[in-house]
Design a protein around this ligand. Structure first.
Ligand SMILES: *[C@@H]1O[C@H](CO)[C@@H](O)[C@H](O)[C@H]1NC(C)=O
Ligand SMILES: *[C@@H]1O[C@H](CO)[C@@H](O)[C@H](O)[C@H]1NC(C)=O
Ligand SMILES: *[C@@H]1O[C@H](CO)[C@@H](O)[C@H](O)[C@H]1NC(C)=O
Length: 691
């Protein structure tokens, strides 16, 4: 285990004074994604100094995004001597990590063992945004390649295990397990004995089966049992007993682990490769209050595969195709990001991709799919509109149909009359995976925010899909939301915006502009469905409001001039990130002079890691910074992007990519730890704009 105080940064290299030294490319993120696939399969490696070890795979345990350990071990024996390459098992020395690299779908560690062999561990969490069969599987790969480093052949055995910590958030819970083979795949299966459907403990799922699989082979041995016994057998003998521990017990009682040993034999300069698959199978995924009342929705993979083992074996054997598809996606994101704004921008987008998709899951059937999203870490709400909205750029960029699948349950719930208020609902359930609605109307009201978000996302989807029927189908409720904007968008009542942690405020300049652009969106929606009178009416209201908004929301006496946070206080300011919508859906409502003014102003108030969200606090939001950057001058855009990329590399936080940090220190604000939230999909804002 590294001592935090013994790590220093020198020109892009993190140096551990005890000797290890690793290069991090393109950056050393706060937490490194390992197996990140949905809200319940989310294993990371804490790196930032505030709880992490600098990003060294050998010497510290991987953990769930909350920080709870998900024991995952890697050992290797070279010429009879054992070393740790992943995790922190007792009494086995660590190998030496020399590099870490990430792409949009992969985390790749290169580790040198005793100067004799090189071990490359590639964690691949595949993303297939248009291939729902593959995307629906809640599995992730770990490929381990070993080759000689010094020109000589070495006798090598490889080991990996997972612990029962993967099966529940409650360490006192009794785990049960099994081992079997199917279709050439060996698998350990682990589950919580007392299955609790739709329940969580500390954000962990209390139902479903965890699998850890690998290829069956003569060189493979397996064992379940107490951590010290199973790992001890490997370090002593290089192989396991092919035995099952039948004493089902609490997760923390003699820590049951599920191990594999593979005898790689004599390893020379050409790499030998071993593949592991880890994942979670849950049949039932979501409780949903839709048009047919309360229903249970299945995981979508259930409609492609007969059972868990069919899903596991398909996934494991699909490695080469899945890997190819992920490489294609890596290249697409890489070339588009670099062309749009350079390497610093790619540092952000490629870090955000798995995290954004890691908060969603496909459910339903092949005939009727939905994409459900968890508002991870901030409160666990299901399908929060003002979380879907900031996340949506990645979906607009990779597959706009996914935005439709996110909004679908909202339309079903509200069109069936399950929500009594005239404005749009905030979320579909107080806690994931329950989307049981708010029939009492007592959700967290953000009326202007959510009505604006819905109209903007719906038009953006229609523009990218040409799906006019969709607009026709939902026209009445879209109009209901637009009516709310007519009432409230010019002088927003005292209310919350999406930045609810900053509190209620009246006359928010940035919220007003979302509503006004929302009205222009409604005008375009009306035009597309052939309701010309409505179209003319909404556009004339929107133009009237935007003309009035400018003197209300701009302090033109200041040098440089800027928009203000609230009409009621000229001394305030804030990121005018909702101006982004004017470009996203090509409403072109706001004069160029406002864009130019903000570009100049942001430069004048920049801090170490970016620009404060507003004058109330010394923190900022990474998603909104990139919304603001995407419509700014080149110079200001580059300022935002380079400062956020610098933050990624230097932040002391060790939880997955936060969207809320102190602008000067890069740390979490006191008492608020946002982490692993899907809103980092918002860093794709630049790529979601129309070409
Ligand atoms: C979801 O609702 C069920 C009741 O239907 C409840 O038992 C469960 O605890 C809820 N889940 C969460 C995470 O709140
Ligand atoms: C909003 O601003 C307008 C114009 O300055 C003012 O008349 C109104 O009282 C303000 N609303 C609130 C709730 O403060
Ligand atoms: C225009 O919209 C406003 C606000 O909804 C409504 O009061 C008015 O009657 C509409 N006018 C026309 C001509 O449709």
């Amino acid at each position: 285990m590294l001592l935090l105080s013994s790590i220093i940064t020198l020109g892009g290299l993190l140096i551990n004074l005890a000797g290890a030294q690793s290069k991090f490319t393109p950056a050393r993120p706060p937490s490194l994604p390992l197996a990140v696939k949905n809200p319940y399969l989310s294993t990371w490696f804490p790196a930032g100094s505030d709880g992490g070890n600098g990003g060294y795979l050998p010497g510290q345990w991987p953990s769930f995004y909350t920080g709870q350990v998900t024991g995952w071990t890697g050992l290797i024996r070279v010429d009879g001597k054992a070393f740790t390459w992943m995790g922190a098992p007792k009494d086995v020395g660590t190998a030496n990590q020399v590099s870490y690299e990430y792409t949009s779908t992969r985390s790749i560690f290169t580790i040198e063992v005793d100067g004799k062999v090189s071990l490359k561990a590639t964690f691949l969490s595949p993303l297939t945004p248009t291939d729902y069969k593959r995307q629906s599987l809640i599995f992730s790969y770990l490929q381990v390649e070993v080759s000689s480093l010094d020109g000589s052949n070495h006798e090598v055995q490889l080991y990996s295990d997972i612990s029962a910590e993967w099966a529940s958030g409650d360490l006192n819970a009794v785990a049960q397990w099994d081992f079997g083979t199917a279709d050439g795949i060996s698998y350990h299966k682990v589950w919580k004995q007392n299955q609790q459907l739709f329940s969580e403990v500390d954000d962990r799922a209390e139902w479903g089966n965890i699998y850890y699989g690998t290829d069956s082979a003569d060189s493979l041995t397996y064992q379940s049992g107490a951590d010290v016994d199973v790992r001890g057998a490997f370090t002593a003998n290089g192989k396991l007993a092919n035995s099952k521990d039948s004493n089902f017990r609490a997760i923390d009682q003699n820590w049951p682990v599920f191990g594999y040993a593979i005898d790689l034999g004599s390893v020379g300069s050409s790499a030998t490769s071993t593949l592991f698959s880890v994942g979670l199978c849950q049949g039932d995924a979501i409780q949903f209050l839709g048009k047919d009342g309360l229903t249970t929705l299945s995981s979508l993979w259930k409609s492609y595969f007969s059972d868990d083992l069919a899903a596991l074996t398909f996934f494991h054997k699909d490695y080469s195709e899945s890997s190819r598809l992920s490489t294609e996606l890596d290249h697409k994101i890489s070339s588009d990001s670099t062309a749009a704004a350079g390497q610093d921008y790619l540092t952000l987008t490629s870090l955000a991709a798995r995290q954004a998709f890691g908060a969603v899951q496909l459910v339903g059937t092949q005939d009727k799919q939905y994409l459900f999203m968890k508002e991870i870490s901030s409160n666990g709400n299901t399908q929060t509109i003002d979380v879907i909205y900031p996340a949506s750029p990645i979906f607009f960029y990779l597959n706009p149909e996914l935005v439709k699948l996110l909004l679908e349950p909202h339309f079903e719930n509200q069109e069936a009359g399950q929500y009594p208020n005239k404005w749009a609902i905030h979320d579909l359930g107080t806690h994931y995976p329950n989307a049981t609605g708010h029939t009492d109307g007592n959700d967290e009201h953000m009326p202007l925010e959510e009505c604006g978000n819905n109209l903007i996302m719906v038009l953006s989807y229609a523009q990218r899909s040409n799906n006019v029927d969709y607009l026709k189908q939902h026209y009445p409720i879209l109009q209901q939301w637009a009516e709310y904007l007519v009432e409230d968008s010019l002088y927003p009542a005292n209310q919350l915006s999406t930045d609810d942690f900053a509190g209620h405020l009246a006359n928010q300049t940035n919220l007003a502009i979302k509503g006004i652009i929302g009205l222009e969106a409604m005008s375009q929606i009306s035009k597309l469905v052939g309701e010309d009178a409505d179209a003319n009416n909404y556009t004339s209201i929107a133009h009237d409001y935007i003309t009035k908004w400018q003197p209300l929301g701009i302090n033109s006496a200041d040098n440089p001039p800027h928009t203000i946070l609230t009409y009621n206080d000229a001394s305030t300011h804030g990121l005018l990130y909702n101006l982004y919508n004017d470009k996203l859906i090509s409403t072109n409502l706001v004069p160029q002079s406002v864009y130019d003014m903000q570009s100049t102003f942001y430069q004048s108030i920049q801090g170490t890691y970016g620009v404060d969200l507003d004058t109330r606090n010394k923190y900022t939001k990474s998603d909104w910074e990139i919304f603001a950057a995407s419509i700014a001058s080149t110079e200001t855009k580059d300022m935002f992007i380079s400062k956020l990329a610098k933050w990624v590399n230097e932040t002391p936080t060790s939880k997955p990519f936060t969207d809320l940090y102190m602008t000067e220190t890069g740390a979490f604000p006191p008492g608020i730890e946002f982490k692993a939230r899907p809103v980092v999909g918002g860093v794709f804002a630049l790529l979601a704009l129309p070409k």
